[in-house]
Design a protein around this ligand. Structure first.
Ligand SMILES: *Cc1c(COP(=O)(O)O)cnc(C)c1O
Length: 226
């Protein structure tokens, strides 16, 4: 058994029912993705449009591609024809562009609103109040080619796991509030994307439904080749 297959099985064995794995394959070659694919994995996450497009072209068509990074408005058109879920919607402008490109592609694209929960300036996303304002505003309801399916967030990159747990708990609370207030009649609003290699146990404990695990499965990323 290759280490990718072994790592994948180890992570999958730890996931409770109702929690799905996004295998984050960014910076890893097609062969690595194929190993995980052959072990049964179908959901993969990428964070660069060009890299995602090349992999989508080359790899099996029943892969569900999730876009997990910061998405630039001018690049939405390249992934709109096939992307399964966009995790990082961080502005109304981006959501509107996804709607426009989804309409052109004749699709409805599932999206998550990214919420800034970390104590770091570098992470993208709405603050909880900005999220409430966006949803209260109601403009999003006119966008018929996107479907808001839940929230996504990243905890602070720290070894203080109590802090990480608190941040995930606060995102879960916001998720419940949002669902009750704006999506009570929308059963598809059911996804909470949180948890990476070093904190997915905490995320699961806090109610994650989608963990995004990369290096724990594929090994460290080699950024120097890019
Ligand atoms: C890279 C990335 C991950 C995976 O990170 P690992 O630490 O390798 O598991 C998860 N989520 C997002 C948004 C990422 O950019």
């Amino acid at each position: 058994m290759s280490s990718i297959t072994g790592n994948l099985k180890q992570v999958l064995d730890e996931l409770p029912r109702g929690v799905r794995l996004v295998a984050v394959s960014k910076f890893h070659p097609n062969e690595a993705i194929l190993e995980a694919y052959q072990a049964g994995q179908r959901i993969f996450g990428e964070s660069k449009v060009q890299e995602l497009s090349a992999k989508h072209d080359a790899l099996p068509k029943d892969i569900e591609w999730h876009f997990i990074g910061h998405l630039q408005t001018n690049k939405v058109k390249y992934i709109a024809p096939y992307v399964s879920l966009i995790h990082g919607i961080d502005s109304f402008r981006l959501l509107a562009e996804v709607d426009k490109q989804a309409a052109k592609a004749g699709r409805v694209i599932d999206c998550l609103l990214q919420i800034h929960i970390a104590q770091e300036e570098t992470k993208f996303g709405f603050t909880p109040d900005e999220c409430r304002q966006l949803l209260s505003g109601g403009e999003w309801r006119a966008l018929s080619h996107v479907r808001l399916c839940g929230l996504m967030g990243m905890a602070t990159n720290t070894d203080n796991m109590d802090q990480v747990q608190q941040e995930f708990n606060s995102l879960y609370d916001l998720f419940l509030e949002t669902r009750t207030t704006w999506f009570a009649d929308a059963p598809w609003f059911c996804e909470l994307s949180m948890g990476m290699s070093h904190d997915y146990h905490e995320a699961i404990r806090a109610g994650s439904t989608l963990v995004r695990v990369g290096s724990h499965i594929f090994g460290e990323r080699d950024y120097s080749a890019h």
